[in-house]
Design a protein around this ligand. Sequence first.
Ligand SMILES: Cc1cc2nc3c(=O)[nH]c(=O)nc-3n(C[C@H](O)[C@H](O)[C@H](O)COP(=O)(O)O)c2cc1C
Length: 168
Amino acid sequence: MKNFKELCQMRRSVRGYTGQPVSDDDVQYIMECVRLAPSAVNRQPWRFLRLKPEQLPLAQQCYKNPWFQTAPECFIVCCDHSESWHRPQDGKDHGDVDIAICAEHFCLAAAERGLATCWVCNFDAALCRRLFHLPDALEPVVFLPLGHEAADHQPRPFSRKDVEDLWL
Ligand SMILES: Cc1cc2nc3c(=O)[nH]c(=O)nc-3n(C[C@H](O)[C@H](O)[C@H](O)COP(=O)(O)O)c2cc1C
């Protein structure tokens, strides 16, 4: 069992996958971790699309990077803005915050299982809405490819601010 810091260090963005499928048992475990995520006023406004193999080309139209085509699985994490909490004082919608937390649970749970992921937000959201027939209230926030890291994958150099540089 890794400690939390080791798990955080293990999780890197992976941009190259083998064709090996992901087991339903792993997906079930990851989704159990997702459902434990906290959310504002416990609204849990997340909705997940697990793409069928024949739907992967639709996601690839929305995010055209060649490495993305190597992922055997892709999940589209959507926010239901009719469920997310809007702060009464100023109306700020906290749906993005909630989605970020549950998506990172997904990535860390995948890393624990020896699987690889990458956050992908640089996709064509309007096209995604059209191709997947998403109702207006559902915003596609992040694509999460999932799979086994390719043997020749080179992670980008690791770079983070030092703790001392985080304080205001
Ligand atoms: C909100 C968010 C959006 C991101 N969108 C993309 C993306 O569209 N394409 C991509 O290749 N990486 C994307 N990334 C991955 C980041 O580039 C990566 O997390 C960062 O460079 C740190 O590297 P690491 O994840 O390997 O630690 C995104 C990450 C986050 C948190």
